[in-house]
Design a protein around this ligand. Structure first.
Ligand code: SAH
Ligand code: SF4
Length: 441
C-alpha cells in the first residue's frame, strides 16, 4: 500500500510527534511465509463473550471483564503490571493465559516534516507489518462559506503480513503473502499509535484499512476489529470514520453489503479496462472490472454510502485520455468519488508516477464526465517510507538479476495489456488459496 492523504486534503503545520525510534532486531528482518502467530491469544482481540467465558471459568465475578476492557482500552495497558485494578494473582493468571500486547517492538520513522509517522511493527512470530499515522492540521475559519475542517489524525493499518494479490506497483505485493493478522494484532496497531499520541493530548480521528494486506481476504478478523474499534466501551471511534479498502474481492463486498456497515468502502480500481487491470491488480483475472463495479454500485445503493475509487497514476500506463474517458463512462451516474494518487516509486517496477500536469488533466477529464475527483498527495516518501517499503527494506534488497527479470515481466505484461490482450495467466498460487478461503478465519 501507499499512505496518501485520504480522506481529506493535506495542509502544512501540524506539531510533529517525535517518539524515540527503536531498532527492530536482526532476526525479524527475514521474510515470513504462511504462518500464524500461534501462542497465546491477544487480550485486546477478545469479544465480550470470550472475556465473560474466561472469567467465569476462572471463578471470577463478571465485573472483572469490564475492568480488563478498561485497562486495555482506557489505560492502554501493554503489560500485566499495568492491569492495576486487578488483584496480583489474577494479573499473573492473565499474563499466563494471554498476550497483553501482540506487538513486540516498534520502529518509527518520521516523514513530511513530522506530518507522517511510519511504524514498522514486529509481531511475536517475527512477522513485520506497518501502520502509518498522518496528521492534518485544522483548516479554515468557520462561518458561512468558510468551512472549518477540524484537525485530523488518520491511522492507516495492516490486515495481513504481506499480500497475496501481488499488484506490481505495490511494495507489499512484491513481498508476497505472509499470513493473516489476528484480530488483536490489527487493533494493537491502533493502541500503539494512540500511546504515541497520548502525551500530546491528541487522539486518532480516522482509521483506514489501507496498510499491508487485502482486508477482504481476512474479513472475519477485520470485522471483529471494526466491532472492537467502534465499541463505545473500547476504542469508541464512530464507524463513519473508518475506511476499508479492497482490490476487488467481490464476494467480500457483497457480504459487507448484506451487513449494511456504517464504514466507507474504497475500491482500488487503477484501471477501467480489463486487460490493463488484469496486470495492475491480478485479482481482476477472477473478478473483472464490471463485476467489481456492479458490487460496489449495489453497495452504495443498499447502504446509501458513497464508494471511493482509488486510482494510482502510472505514467504512460493508465493515465491517458482514453483511460480517463473509460473511467468516467464506467462510473457515470454512480454514488462514487475518485481519488487519484501519483504512484510512489518502488524498487522492482519499471514505472514512474504520472507528472502533476498529467494528473491534473486526467482529473479534469474525469470531472467533465460528471464524476467527483480528488488528487491526493503521497505521504512518507522522503523517509523511504511509502507503506510496504519499510517491511520490504527489512526483508533485504532483491538481487539485481531478480529485479531485472521482474521488470521485464511487468513490461511484457503491460505491453500486451496496452494492445488490448486479456491476461491468460492464472492467479498466483497464494491468491488462489486465499480466494478459496474467502476471508473466513
Ligand atoms: N489491499 C488493499 C488495501 C491496501 S493497499 C487495496 O489494495 O485496496 C491501499 C492503497 O495503496 C491501494 O489503493 C493501493 O493501490 C495503494 N498503493 C499501493 N502501492 C502504491 C504505490 N506504489 N503508490 C501509490 N499507491 C499505492
Ligand atoms: Fe498492495 Fe495490491 Fe495487496 Fe493492496 S491488494 S496491498 S495494492 S498488492
Amino acid at each position: 500500500m501507499s499512505p496518501t492523504d485520504a480522506p481529506g486534503d493535506d495542509t502544512a503545520g501540524a506539531t510533529p510527534v517525535t517518539p524515540a525510534p527503536k531498532t527492530i532486531p536482526a532476526r525479524a528482518s527475514r521474510r515470513d511465509s504462511r504462518r500464524t502467530a500461534g501462542g497465546l491469544p491477544g487480550l485486546s482481540g477478545l469479544s465480550d463473550g470470550e472475556l465473560d467465558k474466561w472469567f467465569a471459568a476462572e471463578g471470577q465475578p463478571a465485573f472483572r471483564a469490564r475492568q480488563i476492557r478498561d485497562a486495555v482500552w482506557r489505560q492502554n495497558a501493554s503489560t500485566a503490571d499495568e492491569l492495576m485494578t486487578l488483584p496480583a494473582p489474577l494479573r499473573a493468571r492473565i499474563d499466563e493465559a494471554f498476550r497483553i500486547d501482540t506487538i513486540v517492538e516498534d520502529e518509527v520513522k518520521i516523514a513530511d516534516r513530522g506530518l507522517t509517522e511510519k511504524a514498522l511493527h514486529l509481531l511475536s512470530d517475527g512477522a513485520l507489518i506497518e501502520s502509518v499515522l498522518m496528521h492534518y492540521p485544522a483548516r479554515g475559519f468557520g462561518g458561512p462559506g468558510r468551512p472549518m475542517h477540524r484537525e485530523r489524525h488518520t491511522l492507516c493499518i495492516s490486515s495481513q503480513a504481506g499480500c497475496a494479490v501481488g499488484c506490481p506497483f505495490c511494495a507489499t505485493g512484491e513481498l508476497g503473502f505472509g499470513r493473516d493478522l489476528e484480530t488483536a494484532e490489527i487493533v494493537d496497531q491502533v493502541r500503539h499509535a494512540a500511546r504515541r499520541l497520548g502525551p500530546s493530548g491528541r487522539t486518532i480521528t480516522n482509521i483506514v484499512f489501507m496498510g499491508m494486506g487485502e482486508p477482504l481476504l481476512n474479513l472475519d478478523r477485520v470485522l471483529e476489529a471494526i466491532t472492537i474499534l467502534s465499541d463505545p466501551r473500547r476504542f469508541a471511534l464512530g464507524a463513519r470514520h473508518i475506511v476499508v479498502s479492497t482490490s476487488g474481492v467481490v464476494p467480500g463486498i457483497r457480504r459487507l453489503t448484506a451487513l449494511g456497515p456504517q464504514f466507507t468502502l474504497a475500491i482500488s480500481l487503477h484501471a477501467a479496462r480489463d486487460p490493463l487491470r488484469d496486470v495492475l491488480v491480478p485479482l481482476n483475472r477472477r473478478w473483472p472490472v464490471a463485476e467489481v463495479v456492479a458490487a460496489a454500485r449495489d453497495h452504495a445503493r443498499v447502504t446509501g454510502r458513497r464508494v471511493s475509487y482509488e486510482y494510482v497514476m502510472i505514467s504512460g500506463v493508465n493515465d491517458t485520455d482514453v483511460d480517463a474517458d473509460a473511467l468516467a463512462r464506467l462510473l457515470r451516474g454512480d454514488l462514487a468519488h475518485v481519488n487519484l494518487i501519483p504512484m510512489n516509486a518502488v524498487a522492482h517496477t519499471p514505472w514512474e508516477a504520472s507528472s502533476p500536469e498529467r494528473v491534473a488533466q486526467f482529473a479534469a477529464r474525469v470531472r467533465q464526465g460528471g464524476i467527483g475527483v480528488t488528487i491526493r498527495a503521497n505521504r512518507g516518501q522522503d523517509a523511504g517510507a511509502a507503506c510496504g517499503q519499510l517491511a520490504a527494506d527489512a526483508a533485504g534488497e532483491a538481487a539485481a538479476p531478480i529485479v531485472a527479470r521482474r521488470r521485464e515481466t511487468i513490461i511484457r505484461q503491460s505491453e500486451a495489456a496496452l494492445r488490448g490482450d486479456r491476461s491468460v495467466e492464472n492467479l498466483p498460487a497464494d491468491l488462489e488459496v486465499a480466494v478459496k478461503a474467502g476471508g473466513k478465519r
